[in-house]
Design a protein around this ligand. Structure first.
Ligand code: ATP
Length: 248
């Protein structure tokens, strides 16, 4: 997205000239306090909201230029899993494969691999109602990764996942990146982003207040000393914006 001004009413924009780029194979972490504008930015990227000004391109196309390409080039995993009650885990995967026209043999092989990665093989025949919250989230992630889209947007994926599932997710995301998928990952769990993200985008009150590699963001916040973490840097950035402790 480039220079996007947008929001729920033209009179009260939520996003103020926000630019975010995700390159193929890159993982970009989207960080910000509650209400900073992360979900609103994601809704614009998905074409669910139209910018008041500026533009959004996915796989080179704007929504107006090529609706099909724009929509089929991004997969989104929301924070709250939403599954179809009457379909088993395996049927969800088959349905996704059909919707995205993935050849059956390829889809089956990928589905099997993903089930192993997320330790869900035994749950393939289960209906959503019989799964735990974390397992439902895994099904959402498996479906998105099955599609292997140019752009994958994930909202707060770590909550509710057990430690092995988090490790499995990070491995699966590495695999997707190696295949060229660009990932935008919004999360409040900063240590994971500090370790895994190529770049970070820090939002505050609808504006970008810092951007760069985790090291660059920490340096920008004046918190790159020994033992200082991304959490420390984030705290300093927000405090500086709010007129508290100035950035070093
Ligand atoms: N449906 C809506 N109608 C009007 N305003 C909204 C709506 N959804 C969000 N907002 C406002 O937009 C601003 C940004 O909210 P947004 O949901 O994008 O924040 P966020 O960074 O995703 O927060 P969180 O970390 O809590 O998910 C907030 O001021 C919020 O009140």
């Amino acid at each position: 997205m480039k220079d996007v001004v947008g929001g729920y009413s033209p009179r009260r924009p939520v996003l103020h000239c926000v630019s975010i780029t995700v390159m193929p194979g890159e993982m970009v972490g989207l960080i910000g306090l509650n209400g900073a504008g992360k979900s609103t930015a994601i809704k614009h990227i998905l074409g669910l909201m139209v910018p008041h000004s500026g533009e959004v391109r996915v796989a080179g196309a704007t929504l107006e230029e090529d609706r099909d390409r724009f929509r089929s080039s991004a997969a989104y995993v929301p924070e709250q899993p939403s599954l179809i009650p009457g379909l088993t885990v395996k049927e969800h995967l088959r349905w996704t494969a059909m919707a995205y026209r993935i050849e059956e043999r390829t889809a089956n092989a990928r589905a099997e691999e993903l089930a192993k990665t997320f330790r869900m093989t035994e749950a393939l025949a289960s209906l959503p109602d019989t799964l735990s919250k974390g397992m439902k989230q895994k099904v959402m992630l498996m479906n998105a990764l099955l599609v292997s889209p140019p752009l994958l947007i994930i909202d707060e994926p770590f909550l509710g996942l057990d430690p092995l599932a988090i490790r499995g997710l990070l491995e699966a995301l590495d695999h997707a990146r190696a295949g060229g998928t660009g990932i935008l990952l919004s999360s409040h769990i900063l240590p994971a982003l500090e370790r895994k993200a190529d770049r970070l985008v820090v939002m505050h009150k609808g504006r970008l207040i810092a951007e760069g590699t985790p090291g660059q963001v920490k340096a920008f916040a004046g918190r790159s000393g020994p033992g200082e973490t991304l959490d420390d840097a984030f705290e300093s950035l927000v405090a500086a914006e709010e007129g508290g402790v100035p950035r070093a």
